[in-house]
Design a protein around this ligand. Sequence first.
Ligand code: ADP
Ligand code: MG
Length: 331
Amino acid sequence: MSGTTDGTLSEFELIRRYFSGRDRGLGIALGLGDDCALLAPRPGHHVAVSVDTMVLDTHFFADQPAAAVGHKALAAALSDLAAMGAEPMGVLLAVTLPEVDEDWLREFAEGMGELADRLRVPLIGGDTTRGPLAISVTVLGQAPSGSALRRSAARPGDLVVVSGALGGAFAGLQAELERREAGREPPLTEDPVCQRFFRPEPRLALGKVLRGRTRTAIDVSDGLLADLAHVCEASDCGAVLQADALPHDPLLAEWTPGAALAAVLSGGDDYELLFAWSARQRDELRPLASALQLPLTVIGEFTAGSGVQVLDAGGSPVLPAERGFDHFGRG
Ligand code: ADP
Ligand code: MG
C-alpha cells in the first residue's frame, strides 16, 4: 500500500479478509498473494486486457450502498471483454480508500464477489492505497487469435443490431436523482426501477457467440449514438438508424416520446452490445436471441460515407438531442 492504513487493520489483513480466496480458475497458474499473478492463456489465443475506473461523485454517490458500487465496477469492466468476444480469465482490483471502513469494504467485496462468482471470474490481485475513494478494475480475457471483435470491421450494407433494450439505466438514474432532489428516503438502489443503472449485466455470453459470426462489436456504455459513432469512425463508414425500430426499455413507457427517444439514443450505462451483422445472416438472429434469452434487434444499417443519421417512420431525420457522455466534452 502506498501510505498506511490506520492501526485497526493492516493492509495485509484487509486484503486477506475481503479480497482473497476467489483467485482460482482456468488459466490461472498463480493467483493472489505474490508480486504478480501468473496466467496461462490457451495456446493460439490472444489475451484481452482493459481497465475501468470509477470515481466517487463522478460514477457513484457517496451514500450509494457499497455492494452496488462493487457490482457496477466489475460489470462495467467485464462489459469491455464482452464487447471483444473475450472470455474472462481474471480481474485485478485497485481500491483507493480515504479510511478503512470495514462495513463499506465488506459490502463492497460482497457485491463484487457475487457477480464474480456467478460469472466464474477469479480475483487474482490488485492494489490497496489511501486517498479519495476510487475503484479501478483491470480485466483479463482470452479469445482465439484473430477472432476478437473489433470496432473497425463494419461494412456498408451490414445491419446494425443491438441487444436488450436501451434507456433503462438512464431512467433509473433519473429516478434516483429525483428522489435525492426531493429528499425522499431510502435510496432506490434496490428498487426495480434502478436495477439497470446500479446493476448492469455484462453481455459475456452474447460476446462469445458473436465471435466467429461477426467481426465488429462495441458495448453501449456512453450512449447508442456516441458508441455507434465510434464504430463508424473506426470502420470508415456511416450508419442510418430507424427510430421506430429502437428497443425502448419498459421503464420509459410513460415518458413523452421525445424524452424516451433521447434516453434511448443518448442515455449511457446500459452495457448492451451493438454489433454489425451481415444482411445475408439476418435469419440467424432470431434463433440466436432465443438461445441466449436476450432480444437482438435490427435497428438500422451501416452505409457508405460517415456519421449517424436517425430517421422517423416517414424517412425524415430526427435531430438527436445530445450525443453520449464524454468526461472531457460537454457531458
Ligand atoms: P506489492 O507491494 O508487491 O505490490 P501488495 O502488498 O500491494 O503487493 O499486495 C499483496 C498481494 O495482494 C498482491 O498479490 C496483490 O495483487 C494483492 N492485492 C492487493 N490489494 C488487493 C485488492 N484490493 N484486491 C485484490 N488483491 C489485492
Ligand atoms: Mg501493491
